[in-house]
Design a protein around this ligand. Structure first.
Ligand code: HEM
Length: 442
């Protein structure tokens, strides 16, 4: 057992902060040369970055009892409360079991029609020649998928706009809280803190109204709100608060990840017309791909989705914290150690993927997929906190893709697209022009 090697390039006072802020993805990628578990210092805080895929998996799966989620999640607690993304231990297990049926693969196949209707409405609102700000369009689409398909909620336009505004302020608030050098800053009445608190309150108010309307409409199908109600603890005030926290959690966890995946997907199709042509050949005349939900492991669309999730993995930085001393890959870690890992960086490691920066859906073809080290591909994480929405996300993305391609061709509009690691890795400046879809045979 040894101590973790220190990452090179540490500066007095700020440690590795400058390198991380200057170019986060390059910084994360540089660390594997220093070791499988590397110590970095961000200002006064010491942290460990796990760079080897098998150790990331070990941390998430075998060692999961030795790790809690870590400090970013603590900062989300004021708004997300004890929802699935922040709950720990028994409370997490109970809540996860309760919600699982709404995300089960079989249940997800029942959402396909509603997903297609949401995508159809979006694609039908566009006009030929229009310039699309893709991030915004896909964000609206993904938010609608969670609200209307998963939660069966119908919000009016102004509430929808308010939800989007509040989600943005909440995410910014969580990031700011995590970046403060001292917790004292969290209590200062500066704009970002005030907006975080106000947006959290506004979001809770809208969700409370949504719940009230659903209850007034009487018991519905066994959907997510129904499951929440079935998990009632008997005290209406506790129930109400828990349900609100869970819904806000699903909105935050389930919107941006899916929306940027869709945005990157159209960006890559725009740059690889041959991939788009092959994808179109797979669509049935109704615009739906060959059974996206029923045969999710098959088909070229699935290969394209896998490749987008590999090259543009949304979660470039995630965390855990040790609850007791442990060793990982022969490296001793103290109790309370902050562990960082980057799924994006793992999926771009040339030791795992040949020519990792190339967009190549054929890596996932039946002939070649065997060469991909499956254990090293985990866009949805692994272990007890593995994304509960993985099947939901894959279906909504494939259904949206097929529906949109059935009507349109999205053509790059010429601007420069920059990769910006924010809470997820985003395509900034992505604007595309709408052209009608080519007819059959063309
Ligand atoms: C392409 C889309 C998505 C990606 C790449 C993604 C990725 C992830 C990852 C990597 C985690 C694990 C985080 C960790 O271990 O710290 C996670 C957790 C989670 N995701 Fe997703 N996600 C996506 C879509 C969704 C959707 C659509 C929903 C819900 C509607 C959702 C809800 C959640 C929740 C609730 C958790 C916490 C699970 C737990 O701790 O038990 N995600 N996601």
């Amino acid at each position: 057992v040894t101590l973790a090697p220190a990452a090179p390039g540490r500066l007095p006072g700020i440690g590795h902060l400058a390198g991380l802020l200057r170019d986060p993805l390059r910084f994360m990628a540089s660390l594997s040369a220093a070791g499988d578990v590397v110590e970095i210092r961000l200002a006064t805080r010491s942290m460990y970055v796990v760079t080897a895929p098998d150790l990331v998996r070990a941390m998430l799966v075998e060692e999961s009892a030795n790790c809690t989620r870590g400090f970013i999640y603590d900062k989300a607690r004021p708004v997300l409360g004890d929802g699935l993304l922040t709950a720990e231990g028994e409370s997490h297990r109970r809540q996860r079991r309760l919600l699982q049926p709404a995300f089960h693969r079989q249940q997800v196949t029942r959402y396909v029609e509603a997903m297609a209707a949401v995508a159809e409405q979006k694609a039908g609102s566009w006009r030929a020649g229009q310039l699309l700000a893709l991030n915004e369009e896909m964000h609206e689409l993904a938010l609608d998928m969670v609200l209307r398909v998963l939660l069966c909620a119908d919000l009016d336009r102004s509430s929808l706009a308010a939800v989007r505004r509040c989600m943005d302020a909440v995410v910014k608030g969580i990031v700011a809280q995590a970046a403060y050098p001292s917790e004292l800053f969290e209590r200062l009445p500066i704009p970002v803190n005030r907006r975080y608190a106000a947006a959290g309150a506004e979001l809770r108010r809208i969700v409370a109204e949504m719940l009230r309307r659903r209850r007034a409409a009487g018991p519905g199908a066994a959907d997510l709100l129904g499951l929440l109600a079935a998990g009632s603890e008997g005290d209406p005030r506790t129930d109400e608060a828990r349900h609100r926290e869970e819904i806000v959690t699903l909105l935050i966890a389930g919107t941006e990840t899916a929306s940027i995946t869709l945005a990157w997907m159209f960006h890559e199709l725009g740059r690889h017309p041959a991939v788009e042509t092959r994808l179109r050949a797979e669509l049935t005349p109704g615009g739906h791909p060959v059974d996206p939900a029923l045969a999710p492991e098959q088909g070229y669309a699935r290969q394209v989705l896998n490749e987008v999730l590999r090259l543009h993995t949304p979660n470039w930085i995630l965390m855990r914290r040790t609850v007791r001393p442990m060793t990982l890959g022969g490296v001793a870690l103290p109790a309370g150690a902050d562990l960082i890992f980057s799924l994006t960086t793992l999926h771009r490691d040339p030791r795992t993927f040949d020519d990792p920066m190339a967009f190549d859906p054929d890596r996932w073809s039946p002939a070649r997929a065997g060469q991909v080290p499956r254990n090293a591909f985990m866009p949805f994480g692994a272990g007890r906190h593995k994304c509960i929405g993985d099947a939901f996300a894959s279906s909504e993305i494939l259904v949206a893709l097929a529906t949109i391609l059935g009507r349109w061709r999205l053509v790059p509009a010429g601007g420069r697209v920059r990769e910006v690691p924010w809470t997820t890795v985003q395509p900034r400046g992505l604007v595309m022009r709408l052209a009608p879809a080519p007819g059959p045979g063309g």
